[in-house]
Design a protein around this ligand. Structure first.
Ligand code: ZN
Length: 304
């Protein structure tokens, strides 16, 4: 079963609901970045969240990101989805090792620490939209729910979960996000709260092998749930040689020249996906020429 997000409505359109299974993308992120167990859990939760947020984008070229800056040993993380269901992400410190919590769970909150969550929507307009809230629990799901309530005035129930095998391979990952739309009745809000409370812990439910459809069915089944769409999602970065080469060029002429002088090809890896790109001496010399030409042009006086 590949990764996918489903979108549905309930209570005559008063509720918008999403659920997803994201095991494969979480495993790919773990392997690509060499993530520790708690880093996998943190990034896996953020990627499940952003995958569902991406399912609300109207155009394939639009993107939405969750950026978390915290003072914990993870040192922050970011996850991005585009409107085509391509998700990518990274953590600043992939090696974080922390003791398990007393209940045996991975201590994501401690790894993340206190800080802020930014949600960045790039809808292809001149400026991206940025919403910022402080972290309320640093467990990511609650923080995302708080973001929607505080920043978008959309009350929202969010659960995100990642389960690992003892060898750290990802066993299950996924989540749900249920939003109360404007004009929603008090009765619907109360009923939803009861249903969410009655729902088992998401990780327990996922461990039993349930699908995203069953997640929504279990919460909204008697509230007129209608599943409208199912979109495949996967880990996919938008990097290429040109972009990574531009990053290499951005170190400037002096540093580029010393790399050329060292006489060895340089390996650069993409921050977002860990993909490695090698640049030969000749390629770096070409970059140098380009940099020199650019500078030369900038030095010319502007024509009147
Ligand atoms: Zn990449």
């Amino acid at each position: 079963m590949g990764d996918y997000v489903i979108r549905g409505t309930a209570a005559d359109g008063q509720i918008l609901a999403f659920a997803c299974t994201t095991r494969e993308m979480t495993e790919e992120a773990r392997v690509r970045h060499g993530l520790s167990n708690v880093a996998t859990a943190a990034l896996g939760r953020a990627m499940a969240g952003v995958a569902m947020m991406g399912a609300q984008l109207k155009d394939e070229g639009e993107t939405i990101s969750i950026q978390i800056q915290g003072n914990g040993p993870l040192q922050g993380l970011a996850a991005v989805s585009d409107g085509a269901g391509h998700v990518r992400g990274y953590v600043e410190n992939p090696d974080v090792q922390l003791p398990l919590r007393e209940d045996g769970k991975l201590d994501v909150a401690r790894a993340v620490g206190l800080g802020v969550m930014n949600v960045v929507k790039d809808l292809g307009l001149r400026e991206p939209y940025i919403g910022s809230t402080h972290l309320v629990s640093s467990e990511i799901a609650e923080d995302l729910a708080y973001y929607y309530a505080a920043s978008e005035q959309v009350p929202c129930a969010v659960a995100l979960g990642v389960l690992l095998y003892p060898d750290l391979t990802v066993w299950q990952a996924g989540g749900y996000m249920i939003q109360l739309l404007p004009g929603c009745s008090e009765e619907t809000a109360i009923l939803l709260e009861e249903r969410v409370k009655a729902f088992p812990q998401l990780t327990t439910f996922l461990a039993e092998g349930h699908t995203p459809e069953e997640v929504l069915q279990s919460i909204l089944g008697d509230m007129g749930l209608e599943i409208m769409a199912r979109q495949p999602v996967c880990f996919k970065c938008n990097c290429n040689r040109e972009r990574v080469g531009a990053a290499l060029m951005s170190i400037g002429k002096k540093d580029l020249q010393s790399l050329i002088d060292e006489g060895e090809p340089v390996e650069m890896s993409c921050h977002m996906c860990g993909e490695k790109y090698q640049f030969s001496i000749d390629e770096m010399k070409n970059m140098m020429t380009k940099l020199e030409n650019t500078t030369a042009r900038e030095d010319l006086p502007e024509e009147e």
